[in-house]
Design a protein around this ligand. Structure first.
Ligand code: NCD
Length: 338
């Protein structure tokens, strides 16, 4: 597939670029986000907030339910001193009057310097990016992609997984691999590092063929049975069966509790294995598992804020380079810590 203008490669320069898909990134771009997120984490731990984006407004345009991604972008913007404006839900917006997404974007860009958005249709973020004069950050487009989630998942894997090197790990993705946009983005991202991937799903919810085709042979096993690959898993990434993507509610009911991670399963798993989930969970992970130190899903939540702070700074041209002049006193504190 040719790269369309709205999916411009990052190619080392995030300034004014939209972030729609993991396909826009090369390894150096990903590493830049990771380094920036690390700096944001240190800043948040040492001083809480900065004024890096104090002259900016960030718009959060969310047309699908969200707790974490929405609040994470809000928190990220505010930790960097930016103001935020938001609309959540179609019913309170002009979409319900029949306005096109393009017109909504042309409106919101007059108010804000960057637009974070979530939309139920695949490709909506790319459409928005093609008309917008400000960067669009895709917070999930239907069952398409969720690039900011994949980046925060990678950040968490590097912090928490055994040996911290994605290239040496085996990651098992489990659940609704057909409709789950987080695993579509994360599989693409990990394949860039040469991570080995196992896919565990019932036949109806398998990873789409076109995505598998892109993964450069990273997939080492595909099965319906977790126990076939559990022993060879460093990261178990569990997903929710995506109720809202089912036309046939009976099919959803039949599949929704197909896999449930319990304390028993965790006992059979590798002692160094970590357990991840983008949340919200429904029944896929029993609450008893939460006290297992290998459960990292709430760490993912925190890391999401640092990664989104990094992305906001980068697309607004305030990444590490620009920042040195603005953050000099804090930089000294950071240097002292490292
Ligand atoms: C995910 C999403 O919206 O795709 N949630 C999130 O952003 N953390 C996962 C899901 O809803 O299952």
């Amino acid at each position: 597939m040719s790269v369309t203008p709205e999916l411009a490669p990052i190619a080392g320069d995030f300034t004014d670029k939209s972030i729609v898909s993991i396909k826009q990134f090369d390894l150096a771009d990903v590493e830049q986000v990771m380094a920036e997120a690390e700096r944001m984490a240190i800043m948040a731990h040492t001083q809480g907030r900065s004024q890096l984006l104090a002259d900016k407004l960030v718009a959060n345009l969310f047309y699908e339910p969200s707790t974490r991604t929405f609040m994470s972008f809000e928190a990220a913007a505010k930790r960097l001193g930016a103001g935020t404006i938001a609309t959540q839900g179609v019913e309170y917006s002009s979409i319900s009057k029949g306005e096109t997404l393009e017109d909504t974007i042309r409106t919101v860009e007059r108010y804000a310097s960057v637009i974070d958005m979530r939309h139920p249709q695949v490709g909506a973020a790319a459409v928005a990016a093609s008309v917008a004069r400000v960067p669009i950050i895709n917070g999930g487009d239907g069952n398409g992609e969720h690039p900011t989630q994949a980046l925060l998942d990678l950040f968490t894997i590097r912090e928490e997984a055994v040996d911290h090197q994605p290239e040496n790990l085996t990651v098992t993705m489990l659940g609704d691999l057909k409709n789950g946009r987080t695993v579509h983005s994360l599989a693409r991202l990990l394949a860039m590092y040469g991570t080995k991937l196992n896919f565990v799903a019932p036949p109806q919810l398998k990873m789409p063929e076109d995505i598998k085709y892109e993964l450069n042979g990273a997939v080492q096993a595909e099965t319906g049975e977790l126990n076939e690959v559990l022993g060879d898993t460093d990261v178990l990434y569990v997903t929710r069966v995506q109720k809202e993507r089912f036309e046939d509610k009976e099919e959803y009911e039949a599949l929704k509790d197909h896999y449930v991670i319990t304390a028993d399963i965790m006992e059979q798993a590798n002692p160094t294995m970590i357990l991840m989930h983008p949340l919200p969970r429904v029944n896929e992970i029993h609450p008893d598992v939460d006290k297992d130190p290998r459960a990292k899903y709430f760490d993912q939540v925190e890391n999401g804020m640092y990664v989104r702070m990094a992305l906001l700074a980068l697309v607004l041209g305030r990444g590490a380079q620009a920042e040195k002049t603005i953050w000099l006193p804090e930089q000294r504190r950071i240097d002292a810590l490292l």
